[in-house]
Design a binder for this molecule. Sequence first.
Ligand code: ADP
Ligand code: MG
Length: 254
Amino acid sequence: MAYTISLANQKGGVGKTTSAVNCAAALGALDKRVLLVDLDPQGNATSGVGVQRKKIKLSSYDLIIGRAKASEVIQSTGFKNLSVIPSQISLAGAEFELIDMDKRELLLKNALDEVADDFDYIVIDCPPSLGILSINALAASSGVIIPMQCEFYALEGLSQLMLTIKQVKKLYNHSLEITGLLITMYNGRLNLSMQVLDELKKYYADKLFKASIVRNVKLSEAPSYGEPVIYYDKYSKGAKAYMDVAQEIVERTL
Ligand code: ADP
Ligand code: MG
């Protein structure tokens, strides 16, 4: 049975997609069989692993509305142990189309069950909202990773996210856990970053990943080449950071 992880945070630009793509690729490099599920209509995780949006025939949209099976929408990537369910902009309509569907919170979970034994990890990249797509992701997950930037407003919105996680756990998925909080785009030379990190350690010590993701230009360049950072520049700080996080994910999910 795969351990399914959602990268969730309703804020945009906090590093969800970067973390989903690079944790997925790093877990693959650690010999785990990994499926990356792109659940954001923007499709940045899809292009981040080299899948051209124009060439997609079936996507996470077809999966979630029940028009295709998981085994039909999965594509291989050029990277070790890494498959992907791509997304397309049509997914943006799902939010509305799902309104009157039966058990609409569990559509993704039920659809992924078919392939859960084919993978060690399923990594879901969520959109920047707490709408029905993110609820589906959380309902389908064993754990959540919350990427956050070390900025003044980092904690703002965190309580809303925690509340949503708690509600999904209660209503749809009793075993949902918080796999960890992941600091992204960290700059250790900024006093503010250090202060926010200290604050987070006070409240969430046991949940914070030991490894923080530093701000690293290779991480922002790699997607335009359609490559996870460990393939784009394996000696970069970003590559090392995500390998460390993947190792910690494995330890936390044994
Ligand atoms: P989200 O999915 O939460 O909206 P992204 O992963 O797309 O966030 O990241 C937002 C932007 O920041 C992207 O342009 C991405 O390339 C860049 N970025 C993310 N993490 C880093 C990092 N550690 N260092 C440098 N740039 C980063
Ligand atoms: Mg994103």
